[in-house]
Design a protein around this ligand. Structure first.
Ligand code: BV8
Length: 255
């Protein structure tokens, strides 16, 4: 049973959305947690057994590309077995209620938003599906097929790397610019399943607040984003966000 306080927050989130003409969303690993994709900073986090410096930095890849590919091949194999959960579905449904006025900005690299039907998705940190050649720079969609332990480029036989933004690397400029544009022009900014510690992605939250958007946080727990959030829905997003959709459709007279 959802607590009275959470029901109030769900009501407030639905009201904010029904009165809004444009929505932007920032998601993190928590939105995929109920699909069975491990998050980064939980006790069973992805980083356990692997130091960030060893598996998610260009220096780590330079030192031991085999270890990095072992880490990413394991994540590709995990994501190949999972399905989107109701939180992903909620975001795809929400996009349909805001045609041409909805942007989904994700830090995730699992592709589950697209699998759930989301269309306007900005992948700030790249994608597990894609590889990039370290020599000729060719980017290729490898889907989630198993790759060799040290995959090489079909064009030039150069060593491939995951097409993922590692720590210390710049975000893709066009995608970052589009994310800032969506954030500064939305009326509701929904933050789902992120600890909001990674920059510059987490900076979008205060940016949204700064331009007067209503910030709504959906997370298991309070985070550093909770301060700029006016509305907070705390609990499993796969269970609570569908209740926001149910209320939103009622308010729109759709049910
Ligand atoms: C750059 C790809 C500079 C890898 C990732 C300013 C201040 C401080 C530090 C910095 C700064 N600027 C730059 C930095 C350094 C660094 C950084 O931010 N470090 C952090 C750790 C302090 N940033 C960078 O290096 C960035 N690059 O700034 O370049 C530059 C400038 C000029 C020239 C050259 C370079 C690049 C950052 C990108 C790193 N790559 N991912 C991969 O995925 O394999 S980041 C990685 O963390 C993932 O993308 C992940 O999504 C992201 C953020 O983590 P979260 O998604 O939030 O996941 P987390 O586990 O932390 O939290 C999960 C949340 O879900 C929790 O809150 C939990 O409560 C909640 N949850 C769990 N279950 C549920 C749930 N919520 C709802 N329902 C549930 N069921």
């Amino acid at each position: 049973m959802v607590s009275y306080e959470t029901q109030l927050e769900i009501e407030q989130a639905a009201l904010a959305l029904v009165h809004s003409s444009s929505v932007a969303v920032l998601t993190g690993a928590g939105v995929s947690a109920e699909s069975g994709v491990p998050t980064f900073r939980a006790s069973d986090g992805l980083w356990e057994g692997h130091r960030i410096e060893d598996v998610a930095t260009p220096e780590g890849f330079g030192r031991n590309p085999g270890l990095v590919w072992q880490f990413y091949n394991a994540r590709r194999a995990n994501v190949a077995t999972v399905e989107p959960n109701p939180a992903h579905t909620f975001l795809a449904q929400l996009e349909n209620l805001f045609p041409n006025a909805f942007t989904l900005i994700t830090q995730n690299v699992d592709g589950l938003h697209q699998l759930a039907g989301s269309k306007n998705v900005l992948e700030l940190h790249g994608s597990l599906r894609r590889t990039r050649c370290t020599v000729c720079e060719e980017v290729r969609d490898q889907f989630l097929d198993p790759l060799a332990e040290m995959p090489t480029c079909v064009l030039c036989e150069g060593l491939l790397r995951p097409d993922i933004v590692w720590f210390g690397e710049m975000l893709p400029q066009e995608i970052w610019r589009a994310a800032v544009q969506a954030t500064t022009s939305c009326e509701v900014f929904l933050v789902v399943g992120t600890s909001a510690v990674v920059h510059p992605a987490s900076g979008l939250i205060r940016l949204a607040r700064g331009v007067g958007a209503i910030v709504v946080e959906a997370n298991l727990t309070l985070t550093v984003a909770s301060d700029p959030a006016e509305i907070g829905i705390y609990g499993p997003s796969g269970q609570l966000l569908p209740q926001v959709m149910k209320r939103l459709r009622e308010l729109k007279g759709m049910t």
